[in-house]
Design a protein around this ligand. Structure first.
Ligand SMILES: [Zn+2]
Length: 268
């Protein structure tokens, strides 16, 4: 399933070959929703440099219809540093994304997003060491007990899996740094699995998604903007108008075509 365009690993300290734009966002933290932002980093506590939940970027990528990727473990300039993660904390993150997507209204379906973990290696790593690392990562498996155990989401407190990671680190077991990519797929009019506004199957319209805060964001170049209800009503009206105008044009053409055919029959 892995496409050729995806990298097998990133080099620490290197820079991504693109900047933040309409479909790319870089983040240095893993806080998906507002509840996960530690108190010291919240907007109310800090005027500048406060953390914004990743959810707002994902929401904006969905609503813009173009999709996009949030890269985690990458600073604003595009420089890669990676985030240290164990197999368990990776599983935690995957499940917390699923949890978040189910809190949107409408819910975001599994085929509309994906998460990738790409290891980060040191520039001086040998090819052999890299191959070993990649093999090690692909061989790591969760035990049945680990799969059963519930992770704790929507809090800035540590989950059991984070405490386990700290204990491993303290006992000298090293784990790998990763760049995480949370990928939102572009909206596809023709995918019958995608939710559509209205009941007319011929006129499929992308819904706007409320995030878990009940807010709706859009992507404007390299930033996100929150839209008001008035904005959304106006945009929805325009969009519905446009789609129905297109459908009306198609029907008019078909009608005229039938009239011409009928005239031929009548005239013969
Ligand atoms: Zn956990």
């Amino acid at each position: 399933m892995a496409s050729q365009k995806f990298r097998k690993y990133y080099v620490r300290g290197s820079t991504l070959p693109f900047e933040e734009d309409k479909t790319h966002e870089f983040k240095g933290h893993l806080n998906l929703c507002q509840e996960e932002i530690p108190p010291w980093a919240q907007e109310t506590k800090r005027e500048r440099g406060s953390r914004k939940p990743i959810s707002r970027n994902l929401n904006a990528f969905l609503n813009s219809g173009l999709g996009g990727t949030v890269f985690l473990g990458v600073i604003d300039s595009g420089k890669i540093f990676g985030i240290n993660m164990t197999k368990l904390t990776r599983d935690h993150f995957l499940k917390s994304v699923d949890n978040l997507m189910r809190r949107y209204d409408p819910q975001v379906l599994p085929h509309q997003y994906s998460v990738r973990f790409t290891p980060v290696v040191d520039a001086k790593s040998t090819q052999e060491a890299i191959v070993q690392l990649l093999e090690h990562i692909s061989s790591e498996e969760l035990t049945d007990a680990d799969k059963e155990r519930k992770h704790i989401f929507r809090t800035s407190n540590y989950c059991w899996c984070h405490k386990d990671a700290t204990a491993r680190y303290n006992s000298g077991v090293t784990s790998t740094d990763f760049v995480l990519e949370v990928i939102i797929k572009p909206w596809d009019d023709h995918d019958p699995r995608n939710p559509s506004l209205g009941e007319d199957e011929r006129v499929r319209i992308q819904p706007y998604y409320n995030n878990e805060e009940g807010k709706v964001f859009f992507r404007k170049q390299a930033s996100v903007v929150q839209y008001t209800i008035c904005d959304l009503v106006r945009m929805t009206r325009d969009e519905v108008q446009k789609k129905y105008d297109e459908e009306m044009d198609r029907l008019k053409q078909r009608y005229e075509e039938l009239l011409r055919k009928k005239a031929l029959v009548d005239g013969s």
